[in-house]
Ligand binder design. Structure first.
Ligand SMILES: O=c1ccn([C@H]2C[C@H](O)[C@@H](COP(=O)(O)OP(=O)(O)OP(=O)(O)O)O2)c(=O)[nH]1
Ligand SMILES: [Mg+2]
Length: 149
């Protein structure tokens, strides 16, 4: 079992600690730690605190902040940085850049679940400098080199 240190920075979050919704959930929902609702006009981005900090501590792990599919698909509420990457040595508050990429205004309510956090394994390789790579099936082909459809 993996254990990660969690600090509650705003005591309102103590009653709503992140938890896996189901046994198979990969993500933990992050709530908007706000005093009042924020209305985002189409195209607006705002940085929203979560009231929480984690210290992952292990360089073999990181956390990703990802959009929630319902908010993203139905309301256009995604992330201003597309994906948030939380380094294992970061100890500050988890912040969510909320972007309204939709066509309508959206009001984010205090304590609303706005994004999700996924803990993932990370590899920090050493890089070996070479002049030529071993041959591979793909070589330098990319960007549609295998055809469309
Ligand atoms: O959505 C995010 C993305 C990042 N962070 C925090 C944790 C992360 O470890 C730190 C730095 O993030 P990143 O390296 O992506 O940002 P940067 O612009 O490169 O800043 P820095 O120079 O501090 O690394 O900011 C968040 O709280 N939310
Ligand atoms: Mg950085």
């Amino acid at each position: 079992m993996t254990t990660i240190d969690l600090k509650v920075l705003d005591r309102r979050m103590a009653e709503q600690l992140p938890a896996y919704a189901t046994v198979g959930s990969a993500g933990l929902d992050l709530r908007a730690c706000l005093d009042q609702p924020i209305t985002l006009a189409p195209g607006d981005t705002t940085l929203v605190p979560t009231g929480l900090a984690i210290h992952i501590g292990d360089p073999g792990l990181a956390a990703l902040i990802l959009p929630r599919s319902g908010l993203g698909h139905k309301h256009g509420i995604v992330l201003g940085n597309l994906v948030g990457l939380i380094d294992s040595d970061y100890q500050g508050q988890l912040m969510v850049s909320v972007w309204n990429r939709g066509k309508d205004s959206f009001t984010l309510q205090p304590m609303e679940r706005m994004a999700q956090l996924v803990i993932v394994p990370v590899v920090q390789p050493t890089f070996r400098l070479v002049d030529d790579f071993d041959t591979s099936a793909r070589g330098e082909g990319g960007f549609g080199s295998t055809g469309k459809g």
